[in-house]
Design a protein around this ligand. Structure first.
Ligand SMILES: Nc1nc2c(ncn2[C@@H]2O[C@H](COP(=O)(O)OP(=O)(O)OP(=O)(O)O)[C@@H](O)[C@H]2O)c(=O)[nH]1
Ligand SMILES: [Mg+2]
Length: 208
C-alpha cells in the first residue's frame, strides 16, 4: 500500500503538533491548496475531534461533543510544519434525516475520491464498541478505491486491562487487519498520542 508509515519506524513526538483552524467547508472544492493532507474519519462520537485536540495539545481546537453528529462540515486545519489535517463529519448518526445522510455520503465520496493532497486517511474505530457495519463498509470502500488508510482504535482507557489483548485481536480481525497494524489511542489519557503525532508528521512531510 502507498504511504505506509509503520508505528515502530517513526519517532515519537512529545510536543504538540502546532495546528491552526483554516476553514469549514461543505464541499471539498472549497478546501485550500495543501502539500499533503491527512483525513480523520469515523462514525459519529468515535472521538475524531478529541483525537485532533490531543494531537494539537489544544483543548478546544476542534469542537467535541457528547451529542453525536456535531461535526457536519469538512473542518480543515493547517500544520505549522506544512500540510493540512481534515476532521470529517461522522457517519452513522441514526437521528440524522435520510436526506442529510445522503448528502454526507456524496460529500465523503467526492472528498475521498478527488482530494489530491490526501496521503492518509485515519479511520477511527471505537475501541470499546469494535468495528461497526459502517466502519467495515468504509474500510472496504477505501480498499476498493486504493486509498491509503490506517485504523486508529479510540478510547483505550474504556477497555478493561484484562480484556485488552483479546479486544485488540478481535478489533483487528473485524477490520481485516493484523493487530500490529492498528494504533490504539486514548485522547483522554494520552495513550500513544505522541506516537501518532510522529506518524502524522511523517505523512504530512510527504508530497501527495
Ligand atoms: N473515555 C474517553 N472518552 C473519549 C475519548 N475520546 C473521546 N471521548 C468522548 O467521546 C465523545 C465524542 O467525542 P468527539 O471527539 O466529539 O467525537 P467525534 O467523532 O468528533 O464526534 P462527531 O463530531 O459527532 O462525529 C465525547 O464525550 C468525548 O469526551 C477517549 O479517549 N476516552
Ligand atoms: Mg467531531
Amino acid at each position: 500500500m502507498r504511504h505506509v508509515v509503520r508505528m515502530r519506524d517513526t519517532p515519537v513526538m512529545a510536543s504538540p503538533l502546532a495546528l491552526t483552524f483554516v476553514t469549514s467547508a461543505d464541499d471539498p472544492s472549497l478546501l485550500p491548496r495543501s502539500r499533503a493532507e491527512v483525513a480523520i474519519i469515523g462514525r459519529s462520537n468515535v472521538g475524531k475531534s478529541s483525537l485532533l485536540n490531543a494531537i494539537a495539545g489544544q483543548k478546544d481546537l476542534a469542537r467535541t461533543s457528547k451529542t453525536p453528529g456535531r461535526t457536519q462540515l469538512l473542518n480543515c486545519f493547517s500544520a505549522k510544519s506544512g500540510g493540512t489535517i481534515v476532521d470529517l463529519p461522522g457517519y452513522g448518526y441514526a437521528k440524522a434525516p435520510a436526506a442529510n445522510r445522503k448528502a454526507w455520503r456524496a460529500r465523503m465520496d467526492r472528498y475521498l475520491r478527488e482530494r489530491e493532497p490526501l496521503v492518509m486517511t485515519l479511520v477511527l474505530v471505537d475501541g470499546e464498541v469494535g468495528p461497526t457495519k459502517l466502519d467495515v463498509e468504509m474500510l472496504d470502500w477505501l480498499r476498493s478505491h486504493d486509498r491509503a488508510f490506517t485504523v486508529v482504535a479510540t478510547k483505550h482507557d474504556k477497555v478493561r486491562s484484562s480484556d485488552r489483548e483479546r479486544r485488540k485481536r478481535d478489533l483487528a480481525a473485524g477490520c481485516g487487519l493484523d493487530p500490529k497494524a492498528v494504533v490504539w489511542v486514548s485522547a483522554e489519557k494520552g495513550v500513544n498520542i505522541a506516537r501518532l503525532r510522529g506518524m502524522v508528521l511523517a505523512w504530512l512531510r510527504r508530497a501527495a
